[in-house]
Design a protein around this ligand. Structure first.
Ligand code: HEC
Ligand code: HEC
Length: 415
């Protein structure tokens, strides 16, 4: 692969590298007294690293910690855009999930990458274990549509599909790319980049941003809404799945949710087997049954609803999570009906008086859980009524219908 010119061109200038890590970035951080999620200590070189003075070759992409992330996404060199198409660097692997997080009908393009010689450690349950230097990205985009309001971006309202290995930017508009990097401290750092108007690069945004979007459905109905790019503090709200440790965790890449095929450029393969074939997955054995696809109507209703609630809610609604205190735990492993909300009186929320139970079996309309999926900052309502409390500005008609059907199919009556 050979050695590349240093960024900025001039020899001797620009950042210094410790292995693949931007060393000047780490030093800057140490000088500032350290960030929240890192020590600022220079990492030992990773296996296969160079002499510390050269910029890594394309297969050895540069690494930064979140606290001193570059201002442009292109500096990471994972996702490359010429304004016409978004493409991946070699060795950046796209992935998809059986049941994803719903985010205002945004389509998502997910990737993972590991430094040369590193592997993900397979685990059958919980997030796969990523090595230091691993980078995971998630790009939010919409199929283009013509907005009625010239001040808004037009977006077709469709159910997201896999993006393959290239996102066509003539047909789609990129909004935001979120990125997580496993830092030398062993913790994940996380940042987000908002795509520039010309779609050639994206710019680091740490404190949130509002983007006006108009969703246009197949029948021509229009829903203007404000897409909210989260602040860094909001990222943690969902990703610190254990509120007492407060550490940022990967949520999506779990064996059961990754156990599906993906249409790579070279053909369709099972994602876990593909990673194992690429020698990126250590200790891989027979995977657990795939998580049910939430909108696969051939699958049992209760399993579809449980998968949907797991991915969309359980990062906060688990025993150790941010809303663990409510006793409403929505992960797939939960079997006690009361923790799933069945015949459980709500403890939180402003509308309690109106609902006896989170889930009133057989009666979605009398269930606080269903109510909170369909009411968002309606003028007369207090804020934070809608769930999840972040990343939701448009109701998920199809997801809400699934939860409704699930509750209505339960045998009625509470003891
Ligand atoms: C509403 C809760 C929520 C918020 C807020 C949120 N995320 Fe996530 N994020 C998730 C869930 C759930 C997944 C996994 C499901 C998926 O990918 O669809 C995920 C996936 C990701 C992934 C892919 C790896 C993984 O963990 O699955 C990245 C990268 C990511 N988020 C970064 C961010 C960043 C950066 C922010 C803040 C700018 C952020 N997220 C804010 C819930 C959230
Ligand atoms: C980002 C974190 C977060 C996510 C994700 C989230 N919630 Fe919540 N939820 C909370 C918090 C915090 C509370 C407690 C305060 C309140 O009631 O507003 C809560 C409370 C609730 C309650 C009241 C429970 C009770 O017994 O008092 C319901 C019902 C609920 N959430 C449903 C959901 C559903 C359904 C989802 C997924 C579609 C979801 N939530 C996703 C944070 C979250």
């Amino acid at each position: 692969m050979g050695i590349l010119k240093k960024p900025g061109g001039a020899l001797g200038a620009g950042p210094k590298w410790v292995g693949r890590w931007c060393a000047t970035c780490l030093v800057v951080l140490a000088g500032c007294g350290g960030g929240t999620a890192t020590t600022g200590v220079e990492p030992p070189p990773l296996p296969g690293d160079g002499d510390g003075s050269t910029v890594p070759a394309p297969t050895d992409l540069p690494l930064f910690i979140a606290a001193s992330a570059p201002s442009k996404l292109s500096a990471w060199r994972h996702l490359l855009s010429d304004g016409q198409a978004l493409r991946l660097s070699p060795n950046v692997v796209p992935y998809s999930l059986n049941t994803p997080l719903f985010s205002d009908y945004a389509h998502k393009f997910r990737t993972l990458w590991l430094p040369a010689g590193q592997q993900i450690h397979y685990t059958a349950s919980g997030p796969l274990l990523f090595p230091v230097g691993a980078v995971v990205t998630k790009t939010f985009f919409y199929p283009r549509a013509t907005a009625q309001d010239p001040g808004l971006l037009g977006a077709a309202k469709t159910e997201p599909m896999d993006a393959g290995e290239v996102v066509d930017l003539v047909a789609n508009r990129l909004i935001e790319t979120r990125l997580m990097v496993r830092e030398p401290s062993g913790r994940w750092g996380a940042v987000t980049y908002v795509w520039d108007a010309d779609q050639q690069d994206a710019t680091l945004v740490r404190s949130g941003q509002n983007i006006g979007i108009e969703l246009v459905d197949a029948g021509g109905a229009r829903t203007p809404f404000t897409y909210a790019v989260p602040t860094e503090a909001q990222c943690v709200t969902c990703h610190a799945t254990n509120v007492s440790t407060g550490t940022f965790e990967a949520i999506g890449p779990q064996a059961h949710n990754m156990n599906r095929s993906y249409a790579y450029a070279a053909g369709s393969f099972n994602q876990l087997e593909h990673l194992a074939t690429l020698q990126l997955l250590a200790g891989y054995t027979t995977p657990p049954a795939p998580m049910v696809v939430w909108n696969d109507t051939a699958a049992p209703l209760s399993q579809r609803a449980r998968a949907y609630l797991d991915v969309n809610c359980a990062s906060c609604h688990n025993s150790a999570g941010r809303s663990g205190h409510t006793g409403l735990w929505l992960g797939l492993g939960v079997s006690d009906p009361r923790h799933l909300g069945v015949c459980k009186p709500p403890v939180g929320g402003q509308q309690n008086g109106r609902f006896s139970f989170d889930v009133n079996p057989g009666n979605a309309d009398a269930s606080f859980l269903y109510y909170r999926l369909g009411n968002y900052r309606i003028n007369s309502e207090p804020p934070r009524v809608a769930m999840p409390e972040l990343g939701r500005h448009v109701f998920h008609t199809e997801g809400n219908a699934l939860v409704r059907d699930w509750i209505n199919a339960m045998a009625p009556g509470c003891p």
